[in-house]
Design a protein around this ligand. Structure first.
Ligand SMILES: *Cc1c(COP(=O)(O)O)cnc(C)c1O
Length: 417
């Protein structure tokens, strides 16, 4: 046990290595070579060829799905997925109240309505709450595997079947995570993933849609990949073929250099995930019985991707010490990467969800979500902080230093009161 005084009160910090302590994606020579080679091959790919085809084939085989369409961002992938699923004006889509806003915001650009449903005490979609929001206009429910911890997909699949709504997934935190051995992003009609900078699989900027449904695949293409790609992928005699030149009019293609980076990273994804599993288990073991700290419960069927380690804070066990004061002390110890999730928060706290009509035409009558409407989402958010999950063996000491810093602050909490 570390008996030196808290760094916030003038003691020696627990972590002396200078930050930043975590960087993602890990760039290796294979990435540099792939991007440099792509620079010489082509920096614009208008059809499904070259590195775009290679990446999509590799993602489809990794997930075990028939079709993958890459996009410029995860937000664009979600937009294309919803459009391709036929979600339009007046339709309602049930979205967990606690997620990153882009899970829901593309719906505003289809005339549809995100219907927020509260989460359970673990921060996952509360299916009783979701059931209360089902109406004749409900088209779909969205599963988000927050921080890479898979949702209960048995329950979600039954829920969607029982209510006759589509199951869609936002897999942006959960590349390679599994539920009962099946990869997240393969349970519903379609899934959208981000390939943004810090995500478990990164293109820097990018995203993709995965589906087994050929018609939905064509519509994803028409939404954001017009002309050559549509002309070559959609059979000319298919009823949608005549729209190939213009598609729906948006252009959301991935950049070939980003595709090259993601293709190189994908070869190492399983290694990254295995490394994260080892370190996450080690961090959880170190924090399991620390007062004031709850490690995430991982149900038996779930293998997380560990996008982050979300920890729950119980101030009552630390004399009521506010989380912010706890984090200030942790930062003073050098654990600068420990933070409260920022933009991944209860969506009803965003002005866009409170008053969408003030910014978006057609939403004046949208049911607005008042502050305090989702007590569980608010509680989970206000009591969660997260740490990065490192992936390499030589990161073990850094991970240990971070958990030791948490133990130190928790055991000295009374000094801060
Ligand atoms: C990152 C993220 C997105 C948006 O992806 P971008 O690539 O940043 O557009 C959507 N949903 C979730 C859950 C995310 O984490």
């Amino acid at each position: 046990m570390n008996d030196s005084p808290l760094a916030l009160l003038g003691g020696e910090p627990a972590i002396t290595a200078p930050g930043p302590h975590f960087a993602w994606p890990p760039i290796e020579d294979a990435d540099r070579r792939a991007v440099a080679a792509q620079l010489e091959t082509s920096v614009s790919i208008p059809d499904r060829s070259g590195v775009v085809a290679e990446l999509e084939d590799a993602l489809a085989s990794y997930l075990g799905v028939r079709h993958v369409v890459t996009t410029c961002t995860g937000t664009a992938a979600l937009h294309s997925m919803y459009a391709a699923a036929g979600i339009g004006p007046g339709d309602e889509v049930i979205v967990p109240a606690l997620t990153f806003h882009a899970t829901a915001t593309p719906l505003f650009h289809l005339g549809a309505h995100p219907v927020l449903a509260d989460v359970d005490d673990r921060g996952q979609l509360d299916l009783d709450a979701a059931a209360r929001h089902i109406t004749a206009r409900t088209k779909a429910v969205v599963a988000v595997h927050l921080w890479g911890l898979p949702e209960d997909m048995d329950a979600l699949v039954s829920f969607a079947n029982d209510h006759g709504v589509m199951l869609l997934e936002d897999g942006s935190h959960a590349h390679g995570a599994t539920w009962n051995g099946q990869r997240t992003g393969t349970f519903g009609t379609a899934a959208a993933f981000s390939l943004n900078g810090p995500k478990p699989l990164s293109a820097g900027e990018g995203g993709f849609v995965a589906t087994d449904d050929a018609e939905l695949y064509y519509r994803v293409l028409l939404h954001g990949q017009y002309n050559k790609r549509c002309r070559r992928e959609i059979p000319a005699d298919h009823p949608l073929g005549r729209f190939a030149v213009t598609g729906m009019g948006l252009k959301l293609r991935i950049h070939p250099l980003a595709a090259a980076l993601a293709r190189a990273q994908l070869s190492r994804l399983d290694g990254h995930l295995a490394g994260r599993r080892v370190i996450a288990a080690r961090m959880c073991a170190a924090l399991e019985s620390v007062p004031g700290i709850r490690v995430p419960h991982v149900p038996a069927p779930a293998v997380p991707s560990w996008y982050a380690l979300p920890l729950r804070y119980e101030p009552a066990e630390l004399g009521g010490l506010p989380l912010q004061r706890f984090l200030d002390a942790l930062h003073a110890e050098g654990a600068t990467e420990a933070d409260q999730p920022g933009s991944t928060c209860p969506l009803n706290t965003h002005p866009l969800f409170q008053a969408p009509g003030d910014l978006l035409a057609g939403y004046a009558d949208h049911h607005s979500f008042a502050a305090g409407s989702f007590p569980a989402a608010g509680h989970v958010h206000n009591t969660t902080f997260k740490l990065p999950v490192w992936n390499r063996e030589d990161h073990v000491r850094l991970a240990d230093a971070h958990t030791a810093a948490i133990v130190k602050v928790a055991t000295h909490a009374k000094d801060l009161l």
